[in-house]
Design a protein around this ligand. Structure first.
Ligand SMILES: [Zn+2]
Ligand SMILES: [Zn+2]
Length: 314
């Protein structure tokens, strides 16, 4: 399953207006990978855009894309403030854009952004969906996974017969990490190793509560995914693309930091025998989810056992 990381920035773009830090200076001088726009992902197979940062229109025109569907992860401006791009897409296509929104997220998005205006004007057709239940887009099963967070935040799981991938660009610490094998996962960046950070991060800093460390993230995903890509790259981390590459290289070539326009190739999918194994895994997973629907604790325990068996048989 292919994907394009349209924007790889964290909550602030690089360069940022008025900022003279070395990252923003580098980005103004050299452009290329040093420039980062707001976090978003495009999934060609489902013709689906995830999130509309402020630069959404530029991101889409830069890749000559006109998606017919948009989904949102949460209501923070770096993920939603460019929502009016829906109006441009609808006017160009002559039909409304489909807006796939996990139900608990709708009121928050509508309170902060012109969502209802887009709907009333006929630019957006709402498809409100329940959390943690898959819906199907062009043969891709898409599941919004609810984070354990005080406001509604979702990650998206994408599945086909041959592929299983995850996009969790923000607040990844509050995501109950789904069991099972992945081709690629694109997740919020962790705290880089301290000796690589260009500044001190004191032990009492709140970042330690909200982020995984690099080692934790690599340990968490090792064996679970063929490819681990960190996105939502913070301007405040103060690290250039080359410096981040050097950090990723410590873990091996299955780990990378994203950049704007990064393509995730379809080759990060399981091989044929693995696909059969994955199929059996998924059938068993569906059985467990149905059997223990009323007992989430038991369900998680059974899913963990299933995952352990899957791992050890691989
Ligand atoms: Zn964000
Ligand atoms: Zn800066």
């Amino acid at each position: 399953m292919r994907a394009i990381v349209l924007g790889s920035a964290g909550s602030q773009p690089i360069p940022m207006a008025g900022c003279g830090c070395r990252l923003c200076t580098l980005a103004r001088r050299e452009g290329g990978r040093a420039v980062r726009t707001g976090p978003s992902l495009y999934l060609p197979e489902a013709d689906l855009l995830i999130d509309t940062p402020e630069e959404a229109n530029l991101q889409l025109t830069g890749h000559d894309l006109a998606p017919r569907r948009v989904a949102w992860t949460h209501a923070h401006p770096d993920h939603a403030a460019g929502m009016r791009v829906v109006q441009f897409l609808a006017r160009s296509a002559g039909r409304p854009v489909e807006g796939w929104i996990p139900r608990p997220l709708y009121p928050v998005l509508a309170a902060r952004y012109p969502l209802d205006y887009l709907v009333d004007a006929g630019y957006l057709e709402l498809r409100l969906v329940p959390p943690d239940r898959p819906f199907e887009l062009e043969g891709v099963r898409v599941t919004p996974l609810a984070h354990d967070h005080d406001e509604p935040v979702f990650a998206f799981l994408f599945e086909t017969d041959a592929a299983r991938n995850l996009y969790a660009p923000d607040h990844v610490r509050s995501l109950p990490v789904p069991e099972g094998p992945f081709g690629w996962v694109v997740v919020q960046m962790p705290i880089p190793p301290l000796e690589a950070l260009p500044f001190e991060l004191p032990p009492e800093h709140e970042a330690w509560k909200n982020f995984y460390t690099f080692d934790q993230a690599v340990t968490l995903w090792r064996g679970r995914t063929r490819r681990l890509v960190f996105t939502h790259i913070y301007e405040r981390a103060g690290m250039t693309p080359d410096e981040l590459d050097a950090v990723a290289a410590r873990a091996g070539d299955w780990v990378a930091f994203a950049y704007d326009g990064m393509e995730l190739a379809a080759d990060a999918k399981p091989h044929a025998d693995e696909a059969a194994r994955l199929d059996a895994f998924r059938r068993e997973q569906a059985r467990i989810e149905a059997a223990y629907a009323d007992d989430p604790k038991r369900m998680r325990a059974e899913l963990r056992r299933l995952w352990d068996r899957y791992k050890s048989s691989g």
